[in-house]
Design a protein around this ligand. Structure first.
Ligand SMILES: *Cc1c(COP(=O)(O)O)cnc(C)c1O
Length: 230
């Protein structure tokens, strides 16, 4: 299967209102170009350095194309999301370039993003990462912590809270995954508003279950680009 046919197959299965986020981490720019040519517009990266490098590569390509044909940006409308663990000393590699930080997983990070926003007069759209997997190793807030943050949201004047992100347990047991996603969806439904409206769940191995549980954004890498070479 080609990148193009993979994207088309996934998009055909998405209900109206659910968006595909193509996770391009560890994949080369040529893969991103192929996905873009197939109509994909939202890409996600999980490592600050890699994101910044790809943003620069895309800008470079756009510049050389515009030299040939002015005012024709070959990456018009391309957006980046950040989905990895973000250290506060790496904000400047990420925040200038992304339309959404999906992986806010600590108060320390939230405060740092807000301070960066104040300093740069920019409001940053974020999702709060919820911990729903059984694995202790996974990042994220408890439901109670999320409620606390949202009830204090006016402390973060330069942050716009757009919804929740989560990763289910890494297991082939789709009933266990469904339970985790459904629990999150029920919690999300108690918080939902016109602004707080995104539920980012579903990866290559579990996105069909995530759709059944109300996902508004699936984050898919392997099923589009193939296996990653670390
Ligand atoms: C890598 C990654 C994905 C995509 O994983 P695949 O299994 O390749 O689809 C989705 N979400 C997050 C947070 C990731 O780090």
């Amino acid at each position: 299967m080609s990148i193009k046919s993979n994207i088309q197959a996934i998009k055909a299965a998405l209900p109206v209102g659910t968006r595909l986020v193509a996770v391009s981490k560890f994949h080369p720019l040529s893969s991103i170009e192929q996905a873009y040519a197939a109509g994909q517009r939202i890409f996600a990266e999980s490592r600050p350095q890699e994101l910044a490098a790809k943003v620069a590569q895309v800008a470079e390509l756009a510049k050389s194309a515009e030299a040939v044909e002015p005012a024709k940006n070959p990456f018009e409308g391309l957006q980046w999301h950040f989905i990895g663990h973000l250290q506060t000393n790496k904000l400047s590699l990420v925040l200038p370039f992304v339309s959404l930080v999906e992986s806010v997983d600590s108060l320390h990070l939230l405060e740092a993003i807000n301070n960066w926003g104040i300093a740069h007069e920019k409001t940053i759209d974020v999702l709060l990462e919820a911990h729903i997997a059984r694995e202790e190793s996974k990042q994220g807030f408890s439901f109670e912590q999320i409620r606390d943050i949202l009830s204090n949201r006016n402390l973060y004047e330069r942050v716009r809270f757009r919804g929740l992100m989560a990763m289910a347990s890494n297991t082939p047991d789709m009933e266990a995954v469904r339970e985790e996603f459904a629990g999150l969806r029920d919690f999300f439904n108690t918080l939902q508003s016109p602004e707080f409206s995104e539920l980012s769940i579903g990866m290559s191995n579990d996105w069909p279950v995530a759709l059944e549980c109300g996902s508004t954004m699936v984050r898919i890498g392997t099923a589009i680009f193939g296996a990653r070479e670390y």
